[in-house]
Design a protein around this ligand. Structure first.
Ligand code: MF3
Ligand code: CO
Length: 249
C-alpha cells in the first residue's frame, strides 16, 4: 500500500530532513584521518538529541546504532567502530532521523584526507547518479525511469549498481511502499504520484555488483573486494517536480 502525504506531513518530514542535512554538514567538518566512525556515531546522535529528535535506526530489526558506517569495500550497514579512519579511505554514513514522528533518511559517502583518482571518480559518479534519478522522480513517470537513469549512467562509467538493496517509500515508517530499484527499464514499475515520499539511494561498486554478508548478519561488502559508495536523499513528488527534503535550509 502506498501512502500519499499531505503538505503538512511533507513539511514535517522536511524539518527532520533539514536536521539530518545539518548533521551531515557537521560530519563533513570533522572527518579526517584519525577520527573513528564511533566518534561520528556519537556526534550524530548527540545532535539529534539536542534538537529533540531520535535515531530511528536504533532498535530497527535489532540494529544497535544511530548510524551505519561502511568503509571502502563495505556496501552498507557497517557498524560504527573505534578503529581510526585512514588517509585515503572512503566511508558512507547513513542515518534515519525521527523528529516528532516523521522520518528522513540520508546517506553520504566521504573521502578521508587525500583519496586517489578512482575513489574520486566513484564518489562523483555515484552522487551524479543520485541526482539523475531524482530528476526522473516526477508525476506520471514510473519507478523504472528512476532506476534506468541511474543504471545507464553508472554502467557508462564502467561501474556497477548494487542489486540487493533498494530505495523505498518513507513517512512515519522507515520502509514503506513502493520499492525503488536503482536499475531497470524506462516506463516500467509503479507510477509516481503527487504526495509520494521516497528515498533514492544508489550503492555503486567499482567492480561487480555482487555482495557478501558478514558474520555479524548486517554488513554487506563487495564480493570482489572493490570499493563501494552511496548517496541517498529523501524526496517528495510534487506537482512542481521532485522536492529534496534532506538538504540544509
Ligand atoms: N538507512 C537505511 C536505509 O536507507 C536503513 C538502515 S537499516 C538499519 O534504508 F537497521 F540500520 F536501520
Ligand atoms: Co533508505
Amino acid at each position: 500500500m502506498i501512502s500519499l502525504k499531505s503538505e503538512r506531513e511533507i513539511e514535517a518530514m522536511k524539518k527532520a530532513g533539514e536536521l539530518l542535512a545539518y548533521i551531515h554538514s557537521q560530519i563533513n567538518e570533522v572527518i579526517a584521518p584519525g577520527i573513528t566512525t564511533w566518534d561520528i556515531e556519537e556526534l550524530s546522535h548527540k545532535i539529534m538529541k539536542q534538537h529533540g529528535a531520535t535515531a530511528q535506526q536504533i532498535g530497527y530489526n535489532g540494529y544497535k546504532y544511530a548510524t551505519c558506517a561502511s568503509i571502502n569495500d563495505e556496501i552498507c550497514h557497517g557498524f560504527p567502530r573505534k578503529k581510526p579512519l585512514l588517509n585515503g579511505d572512503i566511508v558512507t554514513i547513513d542515518m534515519v532521523v525521527n523528529l516528532d514522528g516523521y522520518l528522513a533518511d540520508s546517506a553520504w559517502s566521504y573521502g578521508v584526507g587525500e583519496i586517489d583518482d578512482l575513489s574520486k571518480k566513484l564518489l562523483d559518479v555515484t552522487k551524479k547518479s543520485l541526482y539523475l534519478g531524482i530528476e526522473q522522480a516526477r508525476v506520471g513517470n514510473r519507478t523504472g525511469d528512476i532506476g534506468a537513469a541511474i543504471q545507464t549512467f553508472v554502467e557508462a562509467n564502467g561501474f556497477s549498481v548494487v542489486r540487493e538493496f533498494s530505495g523505498h517509500g518513507i513517512g512515519q515508517e522507515m520502509h514503506e511502499d513502493p520499492m525503488i530499484l536503482h536499475y531497470g527499464h524506462p516506463h516500467k514499475g509503479v507510477r509516481l504520484q503527487e504526495g509520494m515520499v521516497i528515498t533514492i539511494e544508489p550503492m555503486v561498486n567499482v567492480g561487480h555488483w555482487k555482495s557478501t554478508l558478514d558474520d555479524n548478519g548486517w554488513t554487506a561488502r563487495t564480493k570482489d573486494g572493490s570499493l563501494s559508495a552511496q548517496f541517498e536523499h529523501t524526496l517528495a513528488i510534487t506537482a512542481d517536480g521532485p522536492l529534496i527534503l534532506t538538504e540544509k535550509k
